[in-house]
Design a protein around this ligand. Structure first.
Ligand code: SER
Length: 592
């Protein structure tokens, strides 16, 4: 039996023999490509070369590339879908074309020397043609010459047999895909007739040979590429499943130890949830190793969402206590010989995951209770936009989690309403900020300015002590005191209050410098600045940063004014902590 390690080896060896140079996997985070968040295919790091730039390793390349795709996240848990996966790929940069590509694919799949699959169980598809490009009769002819009978060759349009571009623009073209017939019965719920792209599970797509002859331009038109390329991709997990003759990728050697570990932790096991945890955790480990940090924007948000989903599914398995930080070490163990950087980052990975889990657990408990309360109400059919928003704002539930929980209960969620509440909230906060700004202008006394800077320190301290679910809900400053309202589900303990107060005072005693910088909204987001991202004024925003460059304690969008050194503030003292409304707390504080 060929396992995943041998598959990797054979693939690299086969294409090595055909004159391909081996290139290493690029990191999951694309370098210099603003069009996408993550590497989603092996071709992705090669875009400049597919567009004509010479590659230092030559015109024939082969690799095993780490990829992340979240568009199928709902499908994860079935037999074959993953978010993170590895892709075996070979490329011709203006060198060989369809004949060699398809013949080599066929040889690798069916030759006894290589994978030795039964050719009679392989089905292929080709592009049927449309207004942008003609029917791919060339590939059809090649498959026929290799002995594939017409009844195993299918034709589809752009929705199935076209690949790319990976972002909005870039190289793309028709493709020809190979499917393996598992022998499973066709499930009638997918329609009367089964065919390779039927979703019933009888066929598994194993390889995609893309013939890149076009460049998609920003205006939506396709121009012929100067150089015709071949880009192929084979999902390592799926092919391993076939070679090891398993019913799902989670039973292959790539997942087996992780799945067993999850099983041993569960007190109420079921396979699908365990698969989601295994998939998401593996993705999170590789993302953190490649430098992504959980946050509320862009890549960090995707990572946070994967982690939170894994934790939530852990609850459905009734896993006791914190678990993902330790479980991550199993992933590291499984992959460290192939990806030594995982070993080097093991401690960081585990620590970050545990930190996220602690933060999330704090709010999850309350949020789940709140959700249950809503879901149990008699006659309820729907979660309103406002309710979903409250779960989001107060309990840190990504909207998708509310949606999933609702789906499990057969409830609908008003997504439009949620978006509307979010928008209104942003407007209200903006109004609040404008007020604060005006207040600052009207009263630019030294005392008010100091309290304004103290408010920034307070928000940063609250987020550090309580977690990133803390956001400003309102602020009012006079020359005597500050009043700061923020999202948090429960009363702060004496200990938490003391920690917050001490942290602010510690920063004051370090006499950190306050800087103001103007930047684009995207830059501010990338920097992790908190505050109100006003889409209307996208050009430039003003950000106040407190602390040394690159290691700021507070980064907040704000109009000012502020003091230039926090040492001027004196002693910070919290005088009151109380509730404003459900999920919103208020702190009053003074400077002595
Ligand atoms: N880019 C194609 C895919 O991802 C082939 O590598 O399927």
């Amino acid at each position: 039996m060929i396992n995943s390690l041998e598959l990797r080896k054979k693939y690299l060896e086969f294409f090595g023999q055909k004159g391909h140079a081996r290139i290493p996997s690029a990191p999951l985070v694309p370098e210099n490509d603003p069009t996408v968040l993550f590497i989603t295919a092996g071709m992705h790091p090669l875009v400049p070369y597919l567009l004509g730039q010479p590659h230092p390793a030559g015109k024939r390349l082969v690799s095993v590339q780490k990829c992340l795709r979240t568009d199928d996240i709902e499908e994860v848990g079935d037999a074959t879908h993953n978010t993170f996966f590895e892709m075996l790929g070979n490329w011709s940069l203006g060198d060989y074309w369809k004949k060699e590509a398809l013949e080599w694919s066929w040889e690798f799949l069916t030759s006894k020397e290589w994978l030795g699959l039964d050719g009679a169980r392989i089905y292929v598809t080709i592009f049927a043609g449309d207004q942008d490009a003609p029917r791919d009769t060339e590939s059809l002819g090649i498959w026929r010459s290799l002995g594939v009978p017409p009844e195993r060759i299918f034709e589809y349009g752009k929705d199935k047999n076209w690949w790319g571009p990976a972002g909005e623009t870039g190289p793309c073209g028709p493709d020809s895909e190979m499917f393996f017939e598992t022998g499973r019965e066709h499930d009638v719920k997918f329609g009367e007739k089964c065919h390779p792209n039927c979703d019933c599970g009888r066929f598994v797509e194993v390889w995609n040979d893309v013939f890149m002859q076009y460049n998609k331009k920003a205006d939506g038109t396709f121009e012929p590429l100067k150089q015709k390329n071949v880009d192929t991709g084979m999902g390592l997990e799926r092919m391993t499943m076939i070679l090891e003759d398993k019913e799902s990728i989670y039973q292959t050697d790539l997942f087996i130890s992780l799945m067993e570990e999850i099983k041993s932790l569960s007190t109420r096991y079921h396979e699908r949830s365990a698969r989601v945890i295994a998939d998401h955790l593996r993705a999170a480990v590789f993302l953190i190793a490649d430098g992504v940090v959980p946050s509320n924007v862009e890549r960090g948000y995707v990572l946070r969402r994967l982690i939170r989903r894994a934790i939530r599914y852990g609850r459905t398995l009734e896993i006791k206590g914190r678990f993902i930080g330790d479980l991550a070490l199993t992933v590291v163990k499984d992959y460290q010989s192939l990806y030594p950087q995982l070993k080097a980052a093991a401690e960081k990975i585990s620590r970050q995951l545990t930190g996220e889990e602690e933060k999330f657990n704090q709010t999850l408990e309350g949020g789940l209770k709140e959700f249950e309360k809503l879901a149990r109400e008699e006659g309820r059919k729907k979660i309103s936009g406002g309710e979903a928003f409250r779960l989001y704002e107060t309990y840190g539930f990504p909207f998708e989690i509310t949606q999933e929980l609702a789906k499990e209960r057969g409830l609908e969620v008003d997504e439009m309403g949620f978006r509307e509440s979010l928008r209104k909230h942003q407007e209200l906060s903006r109004a609040g900020a404008v007020e604060r700004f005006r207040g600052g202008l009207a009263d630019q006394s030294e005392e008010t300015t100091k309290l304004h800077t103290a408010t920034h320190l307070l928000q940063a301290a609250l987020r550090e002590v309580l977690g990133p679910h803390v956001y400003q809900k309102g602020s009012n400053i006079t020359s005597e005191r500050l009043r700061f309202d923020f999202s948090h589900p429960q009363k702060l303990t004496e200990e938490e209050l003391k920690k917050v107060e001490d942290l602010v005072n510690q920063k004051i005693s370090q006499d950190l410098v306050v800087r103001r910088e103007e930047m684009t909204r995207a830059e501010a987001e990338r920097l992790g600045a908190i505050g109100l991202f006003d889409e209307k004024y996208a050009a430039k925003v003003s950000v106040y940063l407190i602390g040394p460059k690159g290691a700021e304690f507070s980064k907040e969008l704000c109009g000012g004014p502020h003091v230039d050194q926090v040492g001027k503030l004196g002693r910070f003292k919290i005088v009151k902590e109380e509730a404003v409304s459900a999920g919103v707390r208020r702190i009053k504080a003074i400077l002595e």
